[in-house]
Design a protein around this ligand. Structure first.
Ligand code: SF4
Length: 400
């Protein structure tokens, strides 16, 4: 029906580190060659938790964009933009808020978790409660079909789907829908119209999912239909509503998790991170001083990689042969910890080399990043406006 699209964003609340790279960015880089992707700096989202200290947001926004480009996000393949430069996100957020039950927001699992985790901040705010609804607007405004997420974010996607469904149910009603839909069926040509009606009956009377899929595929191929007629016929297949917003699917990311230097989640606030563009000497120093299995007090003490954060780095960075060498050498005290850490240091430095190279041109000429983002803002806004035209019309706000 609508083209496949991926939407994903990150909050500009500090420097990007290798945990972000392995947890999300690598996946973005893979997806950008598979599907049209929109990647945005979620600056409004950053304000939901950093409303009392916004100083970090502007600087982090530009640093983060350089990090994305350095990591390999390709502006000729993806659209890069800043959320607040596409104000239609806020308009859709407001309009969705009119019909979103409060309970849906309060039951989002991460809402309570975050309030507990960030107990040093007062998050009893309207903006923080509405955070998942703003996320829904960010995705629904592009009629995105896929959103890359980790397991913990799946409930957010479920809520986005419920919001889209509710919106279509409430506002997809159209005066004379049945007649308009039947006129649109005739435009398919007699053979396809007959098939459409048969498949619709099979789905609505017998619940045959294959019939629904076959009919959708047929509509995808029907080039002669206008966008409005196409939406009507998609909606008519399942009921008597137009489909204005698209229900996105969660695309679960099998990202490898790189822990922090101390084995906890990598986070700048824990002081256990390696920046995406960290210089070589600092990488070396940070890995060399990483804690290891506490049982290895002396070089001659045997250890166990399962108790050592360095081993978790090997699992991300080392091939099978090196991993075997680590396990054997650690358990038999055949290798020392400094020796064990060297392949990790080498691998990180090697991984970062092309990042430093790619970043340099943007550091030398920051106007390049501004230009990429200006183009991305325009392109994103154009897509957002297509949806907003339909949303405004459906909600009685078109006034033209
Ligand atoms: S040898 Fe390697 S895996 Fe074993 S404790 Fe030392 S750093 Fe950790």
């Amino acid at each position: 029906m609508y083209p496949d699209r991926v939407v994903s964003g990150m909050r500009p609340t500090g420097a990007m580190h290798l945990g972000h790279y392995h947890g999300a960015l690598k996946n973005w880089i893979k997806m950008q060659s598979e599907l049209p992707c929109l990647f945005f700096v979620a600056d409004w989202h950053a304000l939901t938790t950093h409303y009392d200290d916004p100083s970090i947001i502007e600087r982090s926004t530009w640093d983060m964009l350089v990090d994305w480009l350095a990591a390999g996000v390709d502006p000729s393949q993806s659209t890069l933009f800043i959320q607040s430069r596409v104000p239609e996100h806020a308009e859709l957020h407001l309009l969705l808020s009119m019909a979103t039950p409060l309970g849906w927001l309060e039951r989002v699992p991460t809402y309570k978790d975050q309030i507990e985790n960030l107990s040093n901040k007062d998050l009893a705010t309207y903006g923080f409660l509405g955070y998942p609804l703003l996320q829904a607007a960010d995705v629904l405004i592009y009629r995105a079909s896929q959103v890359p997420v980790g397991d913990d974010q799946v409930p957010h996607i479920e809520m986005m789907r419920e919001i889209a469904r509710r919106f279509n149910h409430l506002y997809g009603k159209e005066k004379g829908f049945e007649e308009k839909a039947q006129d649109a069926v005739k435009k398919l040509g007699s053979k396809r119209a007959k098939l459409y009606n048969e498949l619709r009956t099979e789905y609505q009377q017998d619940g045959k999912e294959e019939a629904l899929e076959q009919a959708k595929a047929m509509l995808d191929d029907a080039q002669s239909l206008s966008m409005g007629d196409r939406e009507r016929l998609f909606g008519y297949l399942e009921g008597s509503r137009k489909l204005i917003l698209v229900e996105p699917q969660a695309r679960l990311t099998a990202a490898s998790r790189l822990p922090g230097l101390d084995g906890r989640k990598m986070s700048k606030s824990y002081g256990n991170s390696i920046a995406l563009r960290e210089d070589k000497a600092t990488v070396e120093k940070k890995i060399r001083t990483m804690p290891t299995d506490p049982a290895r007090v002396r070089r001659t003490d045997a250890g166990d990689p399962a108790r050592c954060p360095v081993w978790q780095f090997h699992q991300v960075y080392s091939d099978n042969a090196t991993q075997e060498w680590v396990v054997k050498g650690c358990k038999s005290a055949g290798i020392g910890c400094i020796e064990c850490k060297q392949p990790v240091i080498d691998a990180i430095i090697k991984e970062q080399e092309p990042m430093h190279e790619r970043a340099q041109q943007y550091l030398d000429d920051p106007s390049l990043v501004r230009a990429i983002v200006a183009d991305g803002n325009d392109a994103a806004r154009k897509m957002a406006l297509e949806t907003m035209r339909d949303v405004r019309e459906a909600m009685g706000l078109a006034y033209s």
